[in-house]
Design a protein around this ligand. Structure first.
Ligand code: ATP
Length: 236
């Protein structure tokens, strides 16, 4: 079951040690070809949900299936997920390509040269691979961080607030990057606290508030049919 589905989240609950319930009864699915936005105001539980998916924290209840395999700590299926939690620091005097190579070397895994260039190409940095990071704009650095999460072309990419701090042209570029990545049978899950960003960059959205899902579906349907969604996710 779900063997061909990048991500199935069933009845997820996360209660922190202090008793605070950050996420409860969260169910959603991410299919191949989709760019899914996990949308909600600050504190809604987005980062908690993504950290559970990345294997960084344990759920209190519920199940997660990645290509049909139950996600547990150290699970080999984690290698099919590419993750970006927060902007990594890059070395300013090295090029984009050199930064990715040095990151990957530290993982101890091997990867052919062509794969580095492919990730940089998908991230829209094909022409800047040899430029030093100190000449990169904020948007380019953000896309380099995403290229880093794309190394090895994981079938599911999980990104926490990738459009944070980007201007409209940079967001448009990000949309192209994420859609390009999802085509060819891969999938992307991104979090955001801005409806407009999700509208522009995602095919589907899961709207969360206070740890629970309040709406989900194709972006076009959510925006058209549910004006309350705008209110629920207003930037607070
Ligand atoms: P943001 O955009 O601000 O990151 P978010 O939707 O990602 O918001 P989370 O970071 O998942 O939200 O936090 C959800 C709630 O859980 C918040 O109220 C937060 O204070 C709480 N929380 C997060 N980490 C812990 C922790 N380690 N212990 C207790 N409560 C926590």
């Amino acid at each position: 079951e779900y063997a061909d589905t990048p991500l199935v989240v069933r009845n997820l609950r996360k209660e922190y040690a202090d008793g605070f319930v950050a996420v409860s009864h969260v169910d959603f699915t991410v299919d191949r070809g989709q760019v899914v936005g996990l949308l909600g105001p600050n504190g809604a539980g987005k980062t908690t949900t993504l950290r559970v998916l990345m294997g960084l924290t344990q759920p209190s209840a519920g199940e997660i299936y990645v290509f049909g395999r139950r996600l547990v700590p150290g699970s080999p299926v984690l290698s099919r997920i590419g993750a970006l939690v927060e902007g990594p620091g890059f070395l300013p005097h090295l090029s984009g390509l050199e930064n990715l190579r040095s990151y990957w070397r530290a993982t101890g895994r091997s990867l052919e040269d062509a794969h580095f260039e492919e990730a940089l190409e998908i991230a829209g940095l094909g022409e800047s691979v040899h430029r030093k990071i100190k000449t990169y704009s904020h948007g380019m650095k953000q896309r380099l961080a995403i290229a880093q999460a794309m190394l090895g072309l994981p079938e599911l990419l999980v990104l926490d607030e990738p459009t944070d701090g980007l201007d409209p042209p940079q967001i448009a570029e990000m949309r192209r990057v994420l859609k390009r990545y999802a085509t060819g049978g891969r999938a992307v899950l991104v979090s955001s606290h801005l409806l407009a960003e999700v509208e522009q960059t995602c095919t589907h959205a899961v709207v969360v508030n206070k740890g629970a899902i309040v709406a989900s579906g194709p972006v076009a349907e959510l925006v058209g049919e549910s004006p309350s969604v705008h209110l629920d996710v207003s930037d607070v």
